[in-house]
Design a protein around this ligand. Structure first.
Ligand code: ADP
Length: 536
């Protein structure tokens, strides 16, 4: 199933791009239209490989394969123990290919190789082992109902899951979506982000080698308004799950609507069976809204959404300033600032504000930006020219709105999508840089006077994904943890993403929780079975 053209990376450890086609029913195939799109190296903007571009017809083929694998295939009928063994074997294989897969991720995404190899790929391994362990521990209940009945609940897989992932953590988002869905016995059609299609194709190949039957995981590379929208509006998808990278989606509504209408007409003409469908998405809030709308307009598939954020990071008056500076820096600049839950509003108490600002600026100026394959590099290029331009535009907005540009604010070099670590002070709550997701290496520092004020201002956002709190006072920590309307509160730490910790958003940051025991419920149906104790 490898393509004929295998392209070797210009870096060390070297890795080849062997898989560029769509994975449908266990086979690598070209798209029905024969179209391809280029995936680019963010270091240079040059083409790494041309990848098959899936659209509605390919989504249909992939959904049929997933449906057949669910209805007829061995996967949902296998013992849970056998399913868990496949997932454990896959985790071992990823571990074995750690550096190779990390290199592919860095090449396609631009993130530092050390970050990919030492943090993210090992997290993927851990994640699969965590859910592999759950596969044979999914229990129903016996229910003490009134009357002479034996009542039990069966926890069953939902069916065919449609999953759409973003480009900021391609392989990790693959794991967040695929591992729980498979552990619960579902089958999957996964759409990768158009910027980063490579690592999921590689991982899907390893999953098949680990014993996943054909059709259980289908991978369609392609664009949001075509392949993504077809998946979200598909009548035979039971569950939609999606994550977004940021808030400014470029998808156009008319295209989505057109795709979904075409699909509905095709369904009607071809007399396709109606089977109630499921969906998971990570992406921008605007895209999330479109997906929810498509899900509602099609077949009411259940949807989980992990969307954007503008997370507060609150430095209290008693904080150890050096440590707070380092943690706030990490909370914002990690992964080139391309995290949905980055601590992107740094609130600093007025008593420590001046010291914090001076040190935060110095830290940003020390940040090592450069080729992500080089050792010691902390920051690589942004993902693509669209994000690069958008970040520079926000920096311009910040300056025009009257915030003080302390450092950075421009590109690094002349090639690729590198941006200087940027710090703004004197930021006011209503400036675009303080309320919209920049999704780049731009720290915005805001001053506050007292706790009630910072709670009100931190909560004054349409988002509610995460928050950071830096204090040595347990009462302050407890007060803030309870008052902040967000899905995750990190106290004196940030980005602790253990597989067992639930993650998701309040407000417009999403619907549902991924990871941990909570993540299982996205992929399970509950069936109540009622039997009279005595035959009537
Ligand atoms: P970003 O703007 O950071 O790329 P998106 O939310 O647009 O964030 O993208 C996240 C994922 O959602 C990607 O896989 C993308 O292709 C997909 N996507 C974008 N628009 C749509 C859409 N209208 N329907 C379904 N999926 C979409």
């Amino acid at each position: 199933y490898s393509t004929d053209a295998s392209i070797e990376s210009p870096i060390s450890p070297s890795v080849k791009v062997n898989y560029t086609q769509l994975l449908i029913n266990g086979q690598f195939v070209d798209s029905a239209s024969g179209k391809t799109f280029p995936t680019l190296d963010p270091r240079t903007g040059e083409v790494i490989a041309h990848v098959a571009e899936g659209d509605a017809e390919d989504v249909n083929r992939a959904v049929s394969a997933a449906r057949k694998a669910f209805d007829e295939g061995p996967w949902p009928k296998m013992t849970a123990y056998e399913r868990s063994r496949v997932l454990f074997r896959f985790a071992d294989m990823i571990e074995k290919h750690n550096d190779e897969i990390a290199a592919l991720e860095t090449w396609d995404n631009g993130k530092p190789f050390e970050q990919a190899a030492k943090i993210e790929v090992p997290m993927v391994v851990r994640f699969f082992r965590y859910y592999a362990g759950f596969a044979d521990k999914i229990h129903g209940l016996t229910v003490p109902a009134d009357g002479e009945y034996h009542v039990q609940t069966l926890h069953e897989p939902i069916g065919v899951a449609g999953q759409i992932i973003p480009w900021n953590f391609p392989l990790l988002m693959f794991a967040w979506k695929v591992a729980p869905a498979l552990a619960c016995g579902n089958t999957i059609v996964l759409k990768t982000a158009e910027q980063t299609p490579l690592s999921a194709l590689y991982a899907a190949t390893l999953l098949q080698e680990a014993g996943l039957p054909p059709g259980v995981l289908n991978v369609v590379s392609g664009f949001g308004p075509t392949a993504g929208a077809s998946l979200a509006s598909h009548m035979d998808i039971d569950k939609a799950a999606t994550n977004s990278s940021n808030s400014n989606a470029s998808a156009s509504v008319p295209v989505c609507n057109f795709a979904s209408i075409c699909y509905l007409i095709a369904m009607f003409l071809l007399k396709l069976p109606f089977i109630p469908p499921q969906f998971a998405f990570t992406g921008s809030t605007d895209t999330g809204k479109k997906i929810l709308e498509l899900a509602a307009k099609s077949n009411l598939k259940t949807v989980t959404l992990e969307l954007g954020g503008k997370s507060p990071f609150i430095v209290c008056e008693d904080a150890d300033v050096d440590k707070a500076v380092e943690m706030a820096h990490f909370a914002l600049f990690f992964n080139q600032g391309q995290c949905c839950c980055s601590g992107s509003r740094t609130f600093v108490h007025e008593k420590v504000y001046d010291e914090f600002l001076e040190k935060a600026k110095a830290r940003a100026e020390r940040r090592l930006v450069g080729d992500p394959f080089k050792g010691g590099i902390e920051q690589g290029p942004q993902i693509d020219s669209v994000q690069f331009e958008k970040i520079l535009k926000y920096i311009d907005y910040g300056v025009k709105a009257g915030a003080k540009l302390e450092t950075g604010g421009e590109r690094v070099g002349t090639k690729g999508f590198y941006i200087k670590p940027t710090v703004f002070s004197d930021v006011q709550d209503d400036m675009p840089i303080a309320c919209e997701e920049i999704f780049g290496p731009v720290q915005t520092i805001l001053k506050y006077k007292d706790l009630n004020e910072v709670i009100r201002r931190a909560n004054n956002s349409r988002y509610g994904l995460a928050a950071g709190v830096f204090t040595q006072n347990i009462d302050t920590a407890n007060t803030l943890a309870r008052a902040l309307r967000v899905g995750s509160v990190f106290i004196n730490c940030y980005y602790i993403f253990d597989a067992s910790i639930p993650f998701g958003g309040y407000k417009m940051s999403g619907i549902g929780r991924e990871k941990g025991i909570y993540g299982l419920s996205n992929y399970l149906q509950v069936k109540a079975v009622v039997t009279p104790l005595k035959n009537p």
